[in-house]
Design a protein around this ligand. Structure first.
Ligand SMILES: [Fe+2]
Length: 150
């Protein structure tokens, strides 16, 4: 497990911490499946919030960096979220059927691992190559408004 998590590391503090949170939320969901339906829906709602926050943050980072693969990457997010919202509506209507439990415990974690490996790791590499900044220098922290000290 530790080894596989290392393969999923982007070396990007925000994105890595958000990915870890998504896996924690998925573990929370799995723990609720034997309990009352309201608990499952609450855990899935927390997962949905974390997903929306994460995907938006990642897309903003891609836009700001003018990442060349951003259109394809975003469409992978959109396809996943469309599927997620569809399944969440089904969960609301039918409760945690075996098919929905399998989706929550297997398909979403599988998608996440696949997506991180195939889409996010290359983004992490792009970002790390693009910003070889010396310690203590932040983007935009240069001379304000183009004014230079004499
Ligand atoms: Fe992504």
């Amino acid at each position: 497990m530790v080894e596989s998590m290392q393969e999923l590391t982007l070396h990007h503090e925000l994105l890595d911490s958000q990915h870890a949170e998504l896996f924690r939320r998925l573990a929370d969901v799995a723990q609720t499946l034997d309990g009352p339906e309201a608990g499952v829906e609450a855990a899935v709602a927390a997962l949905a919030d974390a997903l929306v926050t994460h995907l938006a943050a990642e897309e903003r980072i891609m836009d700001e960096a003018l990442y060349p693969e951003r259109a394809r990457h975003k469409s992978a997010h959109e396809l996943f979220m469309a599927d997620f919202l569809h399944m969440r509506a089904e969960l609301h209507e039918e409760g945690p059927t075996p098919a929905l439990a399998e989706w929550l415990m297997q398909r979403i974690p599988d998608w996440l691992r696949f997506h991180i490996t195939v889409n996010d790791v290359p983004l992490g590499i792009f970002l790390s190559r693009r910003k070889p900044q010396p310690m203590g220098v932040r983007p935009g922290s240069g001379s304000p408004g183009g004014q230079r000290p004499c």
